[in-house]
Design a binder for this molecule. Structure first.
Ligand code: ADP
Ligand code: MG
Length: 909
């Protein structure tokens, strides 16, 4: 066990002798033994013993010690005021953190102050704004297995919860792959895994949290759910979903400081009522919606497709952050809109009606330029309502949060106004959904001053005229101060001391100051308080009485304010569903405005969405790659035309001519259309597809670390099993991870299978030229190619796709274009020429690679003999064989250079 976790050994040995405070620490560590316990002592969070040593090292803070009658304990503490940044470091180091706060005022108790864990902070359950990305959700997941019914696999369920926003989703499937795909779609930061759930479901960057198995129990989970939702059985589709959702709720309550479920089971009936109170305390009021969905309702994108279509992460390891689809499309003005847009991209639609509804709104907003711009401006003033209302209902919001809520509500009427004349249904409905929450706004206007402080216990928050008692207290304090202000004048007159002054300091309170020369004029009723070098300070009974009155009134005013503030916060907390409804409308509007802005800015067109009548059409005129066209100067648009009887394209062309870019742009255009976005093309007609599969040949994805042939074949197997005629399949140079003959054979078999059995719309980029012949034999297959020109030994890329197969592959010229030194290129040409002369007779799987390219056609000799070189020396047979085996057409320039360098070295040896 990690020495930073659990009760320290040094304490456990003598638990009963510990001082009350250390005993508290010990017990909290025992209870939260999967987390580092941060233990409040005054203004610090302290850790002791092993945890102290660990945190001191991790956080680079001083390791001190605490000594008491029972011994000396290592100690390290962080100031509460900026605990968040330290907590973030602990999370990054892979720890959970349990925050144990003092839950009593030190004055309230004679014994040791009571402490309790108020929240457990884990990567998947963050609510602190400082620790969260504003424009993305942060999910915690639960995976549970249901009971198997005869003849069928037990269903697997996935529940997902963003505790900062209250987004709560559930789905299930009997297919492990399908749940794995949903996991990659939502990329949870943490997962609670139930009994019998497969442990290979979660990606490496997801923290796996072992948690009490009992919470996955069907009955217990159902009970937990019914405390949140009226009829969970109707809401959810299977027992597995109930288990996952119920367990996730238990966990979410636990991290919020609720009862540890493990202990609940052991509680006696007698204690039940008390126990009830604890868990009600942790009830997440802002969790008002649970959305059950079927993965088949959305365009399915598995982990490989998400990555290769650059949805959220740049493909290049060192790629610019904005070199992603979301980077291009995100013109949202608010965090709400940013998250909504990401959700849409994550879950593109299938139903033409739903897609058209979004497209209508985007079209209307695209053409109404001024309206769109004004909306965008207004939306910039929208705060993160989902997280605000979450904090409000968790009673963790301060007065600034309430002000942010009010400022947001203040723009709602303006936003509504802009939509008053909207034509399309979607925008009309949004107009109606934009509830300005007049009552909430009035309450905030009446109750909270316009610029409240962050601190919520020190007054200055509640506005005048909101509460009579408060006004009275404030008046008393004000009158008292007024009286004191006038005191100076009165006392000067009474005593005749013109230099007499009234002052205030925090130790002695109000005083009257008289300089030494005037001391004989001091009246009887002055009482000496303080002697300074040149003067004396006095008080009078009357002055002290007034002072007490002022201070008393101020203190009571602060208390009253705090009480009122909490009342207001609770009252608003009760409106959580309405605030969430408004947040949803604003988020949707922001996402639509964002799509319209991108469409206008980048000259996208509205795609025509075809009914899903069984046939599959995909036509693109002048399509562009949305990301590549943003990152380079000029981009050559290309068409695509697929139909049910023309559904498999074999694409050839030299390296760097644009094959991969073309295939990805076709898929991205389809994806964007199904999101409800305009697309980078001059025209598009698209039947929505169910799934997009992409596979990139091993050698093309070295950076991704997926270089083994096994992985490639494994992925291919999935496609062949799961794709159907409504899928879009991209195969980019697959079958390269093995010898040429094998690779060729596999590629051919795959092509035939996809064509004959699967019927998916398929784009297959390949260097295996024989495949282009195969296309002639398959009724619904056709060939496309990229041509390049050679001008003065230089290659000119046109990036223009055309019908038919490519004629050459120009690998050497690509090397020139890439800046490989002239001498190297020259030598390569000689070698290519040699190879050509020797012709192409036999095939050796070991040493060569079949490529019918005339320009690079390699050859082989089983018994390689020495070959003449330019300077008349001999090239050893092994080097010659290696040279022949080099497939220049399909090496990147850097790879080519590296190979040459290696060969040259081996010659020099
Ligand atoms: P291939 O897969 O054929 O080797 P890529 O698709 O990777 O080629 O394209 C290589 C480079 O060519 C891209 O990085 C891009 O910069 C450029 N490119 C590709 N397609 C186009 C196009 N249609 N217009 C302009 N440049 C393009
Ligand atoms: Mg490529």
């Amino acid at each position: 066990m990690d020495s930073a976790l659990g009760p320290p050994e040094a304490m456990a040995e003598k638990r009963d002798e510990l001082t009350p405070m250390m005993a508290q620490y010990h017990d909290l560590c025992a209870r939260y033994d999967d987390a580092i316990v941060l233990f409040q002592v005054g203004d610090f969070y302290e850790t002791f013993c092993g945890a102290a040593e660990r945190t001191a090292r991790l956080l680079e803070i001083a390791l001190t010690s605490r000594e008491d009658s029972t011994g000396e304990y290592p100690m390290a503490g962080i100031p509460i005021d900026n605990a968040e940044s330290y907590i973030e470091e602990l999370l990054e180091a892979g720890y959970r953190v349990a925050v144990a706060d003092q839950v009593e005022e030190p004055g309230e108790t004679s014994g040791v102050v009571e402490r309790a864990v108020t929240r457990v902070i884990t990567p998947g359950t963050l609510t602190e704004d400082e620790l969260l990305a504003s424009d993305d959700n942060n999910f915690v997941a639960a995976v549970a297995r249901g009971d198997a019914s005869p003849g069928e696999d037990a269903p697997l369920a996935l529940a997902l919860l963003d505790v900062s926003t209250g987004d709560f989703l559930a789905t299930s499937s009997t297919s492990r792959e399908s749940i794995a795909d949903e996991v990659s779609r939502f990329a949870p930061a943490e997962a609670v895994v139930g009994p019998a759930a497969p442990d290979d479901l979660l990606p490496a960057d997801c923290m796996v949290t072992p948690y009490d198995e009992a919470v996955f129990d069907r009955e217990r989970a159902g009970e937990k759910l019914s405390r949140y939702f009226r009829n969970p059985d109707a809401l959810l589709a299977s027992d597995a979903e109930i288990r996952a959702c119920g367990a996730l709720l238990s966990y979410a309550e636990y991290v919020r400081g609720g009862a540890h479920e493990g202990e609940r089971g052991e509680t006696d009936a007698d204690d039940a009522s008390e126990d009830e109170a604890t868990s009600d305390d942790a009830h997440l009021e802002y969790l008002t919606h649970l959305t059950r969905y079927d993965p088949r309702e959305y365009l399915l994108l598995d982990a490989v497709a998400l990555r290769s279509l650059e949805l959220f992460e740049p493909r290049a390891v060192d790629g610019r952050d904005d070199a992603t689809l979301v980077g291009v499309l995100d013109e949202t003005a608010s965090a709400l809109g940013g998250r909504k847009l990401r959700d849409w991209l994550r879950r593109p639609l299938l139903e033409p009606d739903r897609i058209e509804a979004r497209l209508d709104a985007v079209e209307e907003l695209t053409s109404a330029v001024r309206t769109r711009e004004r909306l965008h401006e207004h939306l910039r003033d929208v705060y993160d309502l989902e997280r605000l209302i979450g904090r409000i209902s968790r009673e963790r919001a301060n007065a600034r949060d309430l002000r942010s809520l009010r400022d947001t509500l203040a723009v709602v009427p303006d936003v509504r106004e802009e939509l008053a004349d909207a034509d399309c249904d979607r925008l009309e409905r949004l107009h109606d959904d934009l509830d300005p929450l007049v009552d909430v706004r009035e309450l905030l206007d009446d109750a909270i001053v316009s610029d409240p402080p962050i601190e919520i216990t020190e007054g200055g928050i509640i506005a005048e005229d909101y509460d009579e008692d408060l006004d009275t207290l404030r008046r008393t304090a004000r009158d008292g101060k007024q009286w004191i202000d006038e005191l100076e004048e009165r006392e000067r007159e009474r005593t005749g001391i013109g230099s007499l002054k009234v002052g205030y300091n925090s130790v002695h309170g109000y005083y009257i100051e008289v300089t030494n020369p005037n001391l004989e004029s001091v009246p009887e009723d002055y009482q000496r308080r303080q002697t300074l070098k040149n003067s004396e300070r006095f008080v009078t009974p009357e002055l002290k009485e007034r002072e007490d009155e002022i201070v008393g009134a101020e203190e009571r005013a602060d208390e009253r304010e705090y009480e009122l503030f909490r009342d207001v916060r609770r009252e608003i907390g009760d409106e959580v569903e309405r605030v969430q409804g408004l947040a949803e409308a604003l988020a949707t509007l922001d996402a639509l405005v964002s799509l319209a802005t991108a469409a206008a800015q980048y000259d996208y067109c509205r795609p025509e969405i075809l009914e899903r009548d069984g046939s599959q059409t995909l036509e693109i005129e002048g399509g562009r790659h949305p990301v590549v066209e943003r990152t380079q100067e000029s981009f050559v648009p290309n068409d695509a035309r697929f139909a049910s009887d023309r559904r498999l394209a074999v694409i050839t062309g030299p390296n760097m001519s644009g094959k991969s870019t073309y295939m990805r742009q076709v898929a991205q255009i389809v994806l964007l259309a199904q999101v409800g976005s305009f697309v980078p093309a001059s025209a598009a007609r698209i039947t929505p597809v169910d799934r997009i599969f992409t596979r990139v040949g091993a050698s093309d994805d070295i950076a991704g670390g997926r270089s083994t042939f096994m992985v490639e074949m494994d992925e291919l197997a999935t496609i062949l099993q799961e794709a159907d005629e409504h899928s879009l399949v991209l195969l980019d140079e697959v079958g390269r991870g093995t010898s040429t003959a094998d690779g060729m054979a596999i590629a051919q078999a795959i092509t035939e299978h996809l064509h004959d059995r699967v019927g998916a719309t398929t784009l297959f980029a390949t260097h295996h030229h024989p495949l282009t012949d195969l296309a002639d034999d398959l009724a619904a297959a056709f060939t496309l190619h990229f041509e390049v020109d050679q001008e003065d030994d230089e290659v000119v890329f046109h990036h223009e796709i055309a019908a038919g197969a490519a004629t050459g592959s120009y690998g050497v010229e690509v090397a020139t274009a890439a800046g490989v030194p002239e001498s190297v290129v020259e030598r390569s040409r000689e070698l290519v020429a040699d190879a050509d002369d020797e012709g192409l007779e036999s095939i050796d799987e070991e040493a060569t690679n079949v490529d019918t390219d005339s320009s690079t056609a390699p050859t082989h000799e089983t018994e390689a003999t020495g070959t003449a070189t330019a300077d008349g020396g001999d090239i050893p047979a092994d080097v010659a064989a290696e040279l022949r085996a080099l497939d220049l057409a399909h090496l990147t320039p850097v790879e080519a250079l590296t190979e040459l360098d290696r060969l040259k070295r081996s010659l020099e040896e």
